[in-house]
Design a protein around this ligand. Structure first.
Ligand code: FE2
Ligand code: FE2
Length: 357
């Protein structure tokens, strides 16, 4: 049974089964992991943009996206080992938004790992977020894999100091194509921390990095961009299996740079356009093979989704669960040495974009 033929309900119930059939031969999985690690799955929800209107009112559609992802996540069998939220929980970093988002996320099964997004940060430099969720960068080990969480949405002091208030700073950073925005940074402090964190870790240990912005340069005009991406990549270079999983772009992307596989995740709030369809300036994404219809104004959940991730060989396979759309899998292909969209690689198979007048 191909992934395309499986319904969304089947995929949730049979997550492990579908993964075993679509990622790697079982013998290879066993060989790859030997005694050092086990196969497991975790769930990843991102970019919910919970938006406060007034009093106890919030934008209903953004709430619904997060609620649906959490509810589906609870039905997964086998249960995910943990859940990651990939950033942009709030729209304007207001305490009301972060509180409400935290309440909705309190229903995920098992441990929750949080990643900082720019929409959670620029009002108060992440102070309230940190009170709720803890440190903005950290690492942990799970079943033989070393996980690193970075706050990749920092920027230059000169830009921060341009604005008179936190609200103004937040409003500037909240726009997709704002020419007055500023590129993202991991920054010196975290890069030094990362160097120390990785020191002494065996180079055969699979590494998974969670960041909100892509740790690669895709399209600067929309801040699909991290200014010190190459310096972070250099720290990850000694390791044989490195995976970077990022949110922020609200669409499926994948790439391979040297030893590092990159996978983006879907948003539960709304889809962003594809850089290749709108950008007047060059886009650096190597391949964008998974365009979907978007966005249907008559269907509020169009082109949104969440994902579960297999770590079968220390390489990630991202299974995207897309409301009212066929599920998709982007998995590392050992033969080709990079992630591959397993259902939609052939451009002839693409769904043409819709035109709305
Ligand atoms: Fe976002
Ligand atoms: Fe973002």
């Amino acid at each position: 049974m191909s992934v395309k033929q499986i319904t969304r309900r089947d995929l949730i119930k049979g997550a492990g089964l579908a993964a075993a059939g679509s990622v790697l031969p079982v013998s290879l999985v066993e060989l790859a992991f030997a005694n050092e690690a086990e196969n497991f799955t975790f769930a990843y929800i991102s970019d919910s943009h919970i938006q406060h209107i007034r009093g106890t009112e919030f934008v209903r559609n953004w709430d619904r996206g997060l609620m649906q992802a959490v509810a589906e996540c609870r039905l997964m069998d086998p249960k995910p080992d943990f859940v990651v939220f990939g950033g942009d929980l709030a729209q304007l970093a207001k305490p009301e938004e972060l509180d409400h988002g935290a309440e909705l996320l309190s229903n995920v099964p098992g441990k929750l790992h949080m990643v900082m997004g720019e929409h959670d940060y620029y009002l108060d430099y992440g102070e309230y977020w940190s009170k709720l969720f803890g440190p903005q960068w950290y690492s942990f080990d799970h079943k033989g894999v070393h996980f690193v969480v970075l706050n990749s949405i920092l920027t230059y002091d000169a830009w921060n100091n341009r604005w008179g208030s936190g609200q103004e700073r937040m409003a500037q950073m909240a726009g997709l194509d704002n020419p007055d925005g500023s590129p993202f940074l991991v920054g010196d402090t975290q890069r030094k921390w990362l160097e120390r964190d990785l020191d002494g870790i065996d180079h055969d240990t699979p590494i998974v990095v969670f960041s909100h912005s892509p740790l690669q340069k895709i399209f600067k005009g929309w801040n699909f961009w991290t200014d010190d991406a190459e310096q972070v990549q250099a720290l990850l270079k000694p390791f044989k299996k490195v995976n970077v999983l990022y949110g922020h772009v609200h669409q499926i992307q994948y790439n391979q740079i040297g030893n590092i596989s990159f996978n983006s995740v879907m948003a539960t709030a709304w889809p962003w356009p594809y850089p290749s369809s709108y950008a007047q300036a060059p886009s650096y994404l190597s391949k964008l093979t998974v365009p979907m219809n978007r966005a249907d104004p008559f269907f509020e959940r169009d082109a949104t989704g969440w994902q579960y991730i297999d770590v079968n060989s220390g390489r990630l396979a991202a299974h995207f669960l897309l409301p009212e759309n066929a599920p998709r899998t982007v998995a590392f292909d050992p033969a080709q040495g990079h992630p591959v969209d397993q259902g939609f690689q052939d451009p002839a198979n693409r769904i043409p974009p819709q035109t709305h007048y």
